[in-house]
Design a protein. Structure first.
Length: 177
């Protein structure tokens, strides 16, 4: 079998009337900006492939951290080497539990889902000692918002992202859990 499930979801969420408290110190009303404690950076063109629904599995060289399973994350689109735009919010994503591909053949078999060329020097399969992990996309919503000029990309600088107008579908999804 190619897929080896690894993690369990955990979620902290409370709702009271028109307010949403999402594991944060502050409670946000629908009219206030939404803050997200977690985000993930995706280079172009991967971010657009995710928000369009064409890419249904994200792949990385490490498992999805357990704290992010089942949690909405802000998709920060970075320009990569193209540099034809500044980093920006491209949408929201919720991942299921990740699994490790058993070998390159299994990775290739899922190619239509993750869209990664197995021989790509940056994103493809490196070797069996450094396997790829699948992060299945359970929900995604496109959303565009510019970021401040001084916003620092990368997990090293991960910080809350202020969402000025959270989509109603996201608010509704959070209120059901």
């Amino acid at each position: 079998m190619c897929r080896i499930p690894r993690y369990r979801a955990a979620r902290v969420f409370q709702q009271t009337r028109n307010t949403i408290s999402y594991g944060l110190d502050k409670t946000y009303t629908h009219a206030e900006p939404f803050g997200y404690p977690s985000r993930n950076d995706f280079q172009a063109p991967w971010a657009q492939a995710i928000v369009s629904g064409r890419k249904v599995i994200e792949t990385r060289f490490y498992p999805l951290p357990e704290k992010w399973v089942g949690q909405p994350l802000v998709i920060i689109e970075t320009p990569g080497k193209a540099r034809h735009f500044k980093r920006r919010v491209a949408g929201f994503v919720i991942f299921g539990k990740s699994w490790c591909y058993a070998d390159k053949a299994c990775f290739v078999q899922d190619g239509a889902k993750h869209l990664v060329d197995p021989d790509d020097p940056l994103f493809g399969w490196k070797h069996d000692d450094k396997p790829k992990w699948a992060w299945p996309i359970r929900w995604v919503e496109a959303y565009q918002q510019p970021l401040p000029a001084d916003f620092r990309a990368g997990i090293r600088y991960a910080s809350a992202v202020e969402i000025l107008q959270p989509p109603a579908t996201l608010v509704a999804r959070l209120s059901k859990t």
